[in-house]
Ligand binder design. Structure first.
Ligand code: SAH
Length: 230
């Protein structure tokens, strides 16, 4: 695999771990029921130990098909939505990716296996500190972290080949579009209500913006200057 994926995969896959079977079932469900096709995405989801990213008391539910509670009223996204959003970014291995709202860090771990460098922003420090420590202890090294308002992007590292926003906003922030490389993709839940959105992909082509929609979803609100008010 590209980008050291194979060696990382050796490091993270624990063939004997107690969760291998539920993790395999989760991946099969993503493939057969949800139609996730990108083998690199499926392989990353088979590799990352999701049970280590959810509250310990809920680890037995880590591979079920639903979102789980995180701290401060936030949620760990459903495996399907993680897989779908990642697939929509069309990562080949060499990209620089901006992730907004990294929460538990599970999505960050998946991205870190599939792209060259991840720039991850989370607005709640209490969540960010725990997740950063966990990702570092698990050996995910190609990630830079920041606590702050992700709707402003991360201008000094722009442009990005891909941007993933893991919280729902009223519209795609212009600031983020301004930080996309030509050919770059941004995937984000967008909706006029705070907890119900459409999954949107915006691609910056040579000739302008292309916007596509991929069905309904439900994310916690994107709170910030170019999102919802706190
Ligand atoms: N993919 C994450 C999703 C966490 S929920 C996971 O599966 O764990 C969404 C996260 O977005 C929350 O942690 C919330 O605090 C964060 N968030 C909301 N608005 C934000 C903003 N403007 N900038 C950065 N993070 C934000």
């Amino acid at each position: 695999m590209i980008n050291g994926f194979a060696s990382k995969s050796d490091r993270f896959s624990n063939p004997g771990d107690a969760f291998e079977l539920p993790r395999r079932r989760m991946v099969e469900q993503l493939r057969t029921q949800y139609g996730i096709r990108d083998e690199r995405v499926l392989s990353a989801m088979m590799t990352v130990p999701r049970h280590l990213f959810v509250p310990e008391a809920l680890s037995s539910q880590a591979y079920k098909d639903n979102a789980l509670p995180l701290a401060a009223g936030q949620t760990v996204s459903q495996p399907f939505i993680v897989a779908r959003m990642t697939e929509l970014l069309c990562l080949k291995g060499n990209e620089r990716v901006l992730e907004i709202g990294f929460g538990s860090g599970y999505q960050t771990a998946i991205l870190s296996l599939l792209a060259r460098k991840i720039y991850a922003i989370e607005r709640i420090k209490e969540i960010a500190d725990v997740s950063k420590a966990r990702l570092m202890s698990l050996g995910f090294r190609n990630v830079s972290y920041r606590v702050g308002d992700g709707t402003l992007g991360w201008p000094i590292y722009a442009p990005f080949d891909a941007i993933l926003v893991a919280a729902g906003g009223p519209k795609v922030p212009e600031t983020l579009i301004g930080q996309l490389a030509t050919g770059g993709r941004l995937v984000m839940p967008v909706g006029a209500e705070e907890n119900s959105q459409k999954l949107v992909r915006v691609t910056l082509t040579d000739t302008g913006l292309k916007t596509e929609e991929f069905g309904r979803c439900s994310f916690v609100p994107l709170i910030g200057q170019f999102g919802w008010e706190a």
